[in-house]
Design a protein around this ligand. Structure first.
Ligand code: F6R
Length: 648
């Protein structure tokens, strides 16, 4: 999705902006552009379709320099990928705007502006912002007030960075529904949609709140809150937060692709997600973070420099949970599907899982005592955030409308919107995930979900009776990073197996029980990076239709850990084999499956059945990675996809 980098420095900013754009490439985009105010006071712009490299080629021909600038990577929504649609957009050669998100009422505004004589040069929704700002400036407002007046008229979700040719010492940013951070430097400050863009120049960030604006001048940063029906701007103080990961964490290191690096990082990041969250009694409730305004925040928390959770209140809340509603998209949704099995079997709590884009648009009934649990790597996925905001609105409207006890976000990005807007959060410590295909974020989400399941089980217990299952699961969790290391050792074998998939057009994935979502995740990985059509079925559903697809051209991948459903799965596999299907089975050492004509068996390390979904996800990630490499696709930035889906 689109990315913003902008800044005001006391040196030429163009190289910083281009480096920032490179760092945003992972998010997926189709064109890029930059504008600066040069030392002669001229507003200069360059834009190119394709990769940031194409923009750099253009800049080699016609270099730009200046101490203030705005830059952008665009993922087309309104208007095809083309140079005239790429940002920055200008008005009257004096206003430059970059924008993430969607302005829903842009058509009406365009009509109004055309009526006022403005000429549009693009099909984008963004260009209306540039002209509206220009009109406000012409009416005599200063840039911050002009941007404020304009944003008050915009519907939709957006983040903006704006500069004005006549004022080369002022950069303005605004956040409403799309993320925006301020990078705090020494005598130079920046705006970006993602802190990763700015890591080479700063590790200190201010995360803007919803509705905030920021004005950056040589004197410093001023965050402005809109008050009094939004037409007044009041300066506010926002915390400066140090970014916890190094610049290297966002690099490829020795690996050819980010995806492989991220797959291989899993033992380490799973250990990190578990670290300091377990004690001999079980899961430490202090592991859950609370947002600033949460009713679960300890009364004296802020005095300790960080808002902390009130453990007694959280224990009571968890004891009161009667149902869990899980909401997520894509890979995160698959993690939620696994968690449903755990919550019902381990914690005895009914759970429902739904994709956010469906949940948010239907009439629903929430049972009393429902915990609302969102899952997201980025914490900025538009549909997931909208679902959270929707249930919060219902809760505010009173008990008839909503019965959600609290909202909990399991998320990989500390300052993200989802974390800040939820009552509670449990961070996955996967570190920056750059490859579009989610890998380490998924397995760390599963670990965080198992911790949540155990915490709920704990709260329901009497605290006295010895809880054997919890003790065993905690022990196995501690050993999990080691088991994942063993499953990564299958890499060479899986790389060879991948050759059997590279010329296929379709693949079927099968699993049963909590491995069904793992089969779905395996299919999603294969389709998104190798472009092979892949579908997943609960193996028991095979006879109800998909069996018709089976022939020698249809590879069938099955996930076969040792559990109660093993014998049933074996019968399903026989059904495939009997119809000439090629089987590729990822199986527990104790599953007596013989490799032979048409049957390939990869032995996966033995693991307890509860944690098996985490372990079996790994070889499927490796499989899709190697198939994609053999096919020569763009592994880290597959076509048409974006890393963080911040628009609907
Ligand atoms: C697939 C993938 C996507 C994301 C989905 C949700 O590999 O990465 O399906 O899982 O877009 O994103 P988050 O987790 O950031 O909400």
């Amino acid at each position: 999705m689109c990315g913003i980098v902008a800044g005001l420095a006391q040196r030429d900013i163009s190289k910083i902006l281009i480096e920032g754009l490179h760092r945003l490439e992972y998010r997926g985009y189709d064109s890029a552009g930059v504008a600066v105010i040069d030392p002669a006071g001229e507003l200069r712009r360059a834009r190119a379709v394709g990769k940031v490299r194409a923009l750099e080629d253009e800049l080699r021909e016609a270099p730009l320099s200046g101490a203030i600038g705005v830059a952008h990577t665009r993922w087309a929504t309104h208007g095809r990928p083309a140079q005239h649609n790429a940002h920055p957009h200008l008005s009257s050669e004096r206003v430059a705007v970059v924008h993430n998100g969607i302005i829903e009422n842009h058509e009406a505004l365009r009509g109004e502006l055309e009526g006022a004589g403005y000429v549009f040069t693009s099909e984008t929704d963004t260009e209306v912002v540039a002209h509206l700002v220009d009109r406000e400036l012409c009416s005599g407002l200063a840039l911050p007030e002009a941007v404020n007046a304009v944003t008050a008229r915009l519907d939709g979700a957006f983040a903006l960075a704006v500069m004005e040719q006549r004022n080369p010492e002022l950069l303005v940013g605004a956040r409403q529904g799309s993320p925006l951070v301020v990078g705090v430097g020494i005598d130079e400050h920046f705006i970006a949609s993602d802190p990763l863009a700015l890591l080479p120049v700063t590790d200190r960030f201010v995360y803007l709140d919803e509705g905030d604006m920021v004005a950056i001048t040589p004197a410093g940063i001023q965050v402005l809150e809109r008050t009094g029906d939004r037409d007044e701007l009041t300066p506010v103080t926002r915390e400066v937060v140090r970014y916890e990961h190094s610049v290297e964490a966002a690099g490829k290191g020795e690996y050819r692709h980010f995806m492989m690096k991220e797959i291989m990082e899993q033992p380490r990041v799973l250990s990190r997600t578990l670290a300091e969250r377990l004690d001999p009694q079980g899961v430490r409730l202090e592991a859950f973070d609370v947002s600033r305004h949460s009713f679960l925040a300890a009364d004296n928390g802020a005095e300790k420099g960080k808002q902390v959770v009130d453990v007694a209140r959280l224990t009571q809340l968890f004891a009161d949970v009667r149902q869990v509603q899980i909401i997520a998209c894509g890979t995160s949704y698959h993690a939620g599907m696994v968690a449903r099995y755990w919550l019902e079997e381990v914690a005895g709590i009914p759970a429902q899982v739904e994709v956010a884009s469906e949940f948010r648009y239907r009439e629903r009934v929430a049972a009393p005592g429902t915990l609302f649990l969102t899952l997201s790597q980025s914490g900025e996925t538009a549909d997931t955030l909208a679902a959270l905001r929707d249930i919060q609105k219902l809760n505010r409207e009173g008990p008839q409308a909503g019965h959600y006890l609290a909202s909990l976000a399991i998320c990989n990005v500390a300052g993200s919107s989802l974390v800040r807007e939820s009552d509670l959060s449990l961070l996955t410590h996967a570190g920056p995930e750059i490859g579009v295909a989610s890998t380490k974020a998924f397995t760390t989400q599963l670990v965080a979900l198992m911790l949540t399941t155990l915490a709920l089980r704990q709260a329901k217990g009497d605290g006295q009776t010895d809880d054997l299952l919890s003790r065993q699961l905690l022990m196995r969790l501690k050993d999990l990073p080691h088991v994942i290391e063993q499953s990564l050792a299958l890499d060479g074998e899986i790389a060879q197996l991948a050759e059997k998939f590279m010329h296929r057009h379709h693949t079927l994935f099968l699993g049963r029980g909590s491995q069904y979502p793992i089969a779905m995740e395996g299919a999603l990985k294969l389709k998104e990076i190798s472009y092979i059509h892949a579908e997943a079925y609960a193996a028991g559903e095979l006879k109800h239709g998909p069996l018709a697809l089976i022939d020698e051209d249809m590879p069938v991948v099955a996930v076969a850990p040792m559990d109660d459903l093993m014998e049933k799965l074996k019968s399903n596999l026989q059904e495939v084999r009997a119809r000439g299907g090629q089987l590729f089975v990822f199986a527990d050492p104790e599953v007596s499956l013989k490799a032979g004509e048409g049957v390939h068996v990869v032995t996966v390390p033995g693991v307890c059945r509860f944690l098996a979904p985490i372990v079996y996800a790994v070889p499927l990630q490796l499989l899709s990675y190697h198939v994609a490499v053999l096919k020569g696709t763009d592994v880290d930035q597959p076509r048409n996809l974006a890393k963080s889906v911040t628009v609907e």
